[in-house]
Design a protein around this ligand. Sequence first.
Ligand code: GCU
Length: 409
Amino acid sequence: MNPFARLVPAVMAPAMITIASAGPRFYAPDPTNLPAYRLPDPLKAADGSAVTAADGWMKSRRAEVLELFRSQVFGRVPPAAAAPGAVRAEVVELNAAVLDGTATLKRVRFTAAHGGKSLVFTASLLLPNHAPKPVPAFLLICNRGATNIDPTRAVRSDFWPAEEILGRGYATAAYQVGEIDPDTKDGYADGVRALFDGGAQAPDAWATLSAWAWGASRILDFLETDPGIAKGKVAVIGHSRGGKTALWAAAQDERFGLACVNNSGCGGANILRRRFEGRESVARINKNFPHWFNANFKKYDNREDDLPVDHHMLIALVAPRWVHVASAEGDLWADPRGEFLGCVHAAPVYELLGGTGLGSAEMPAIGAPLRGDGMAYHIREGKHNLTLEDWRAYLDTADKAFGRAPGTR
Ligand code: GCU
């Protein structure tokens, strides 16, 4: 018997979620043909009691859920890596007139030191010169090549459309994940985990996505020291493996005011228990990317129902702060409908905390973002990618989340 069955009360079964016939195109496979599954209830505590007040979530149940994600999925950061002073930040380049004088560029070098060794990673920050300070900001977790986040702007990629973001009155920072922990099966010795671990990895030790999320928090430490950036108004954004990381970073670090979770799929926003051919399963992701999740997560290969959590609970950890999940129509591998349902099933936590979540259990039409109170979702045409259309939807959500008039510049 599933040892966590006691955590599983009446959560809406997928078949109970109706899709209006005039609504969006239907995302195969038909959910009514999926094997039945039952989700753990975020609002049922480990001792079986129901969480019925905001305090019960924020002060107690939230910590239980976070601990389950640390121990069973992503792994925990060792205390030495989280200690104040473990990382030193220095501005190594400052140019107050880039992009025809419209922006200020700061390049920041971070040095993580431990046991006589160190590791360096970098971030670029662009601030809009014309906007009244402090401004909100987007921190991009870049899982693609460095040219996608070119601070000189000689190369301009829609993956980081800095000019568009600055034009909307936001600052933006970006870092390349490989500088923190290599995105390879055998890169452990060259990354930040080896620097701080001091020995063999425990089954619940941090894996690569946790190391990247740790990096986002260290960059946020620096952003919080910049008087040009509004505290509590930093959005963390990532695509795909970067989207999984953005969600995990915001789940842990309550200083992020918004998480933008693009095409994050398995291990991100989607519901792991939705099993069907054509989407990524826990067994597949663990086989192809064994370094992303901790050793304990391997126990759940082909045994998703045994997990004490599912990823609606990861989204719920961001509540009452904002989260915006997005899918692409042609990205079945990431299970668009499963990403949407991750939001739907996180909504009870948002509701308990006074929001509405998405405010709807029906998928919006393609290209028509749905924004409730605390949560947003969109699905666009096209393939697995982070596009300008996605960014514009995230900027509109940030305007709402951070109380700015729509399209403020
Ligand atoms: C693979 C992987 C996904 C991941 C994606 C990406 O497709 O299976 O889980 O999201 O790479 O990061 O681009």
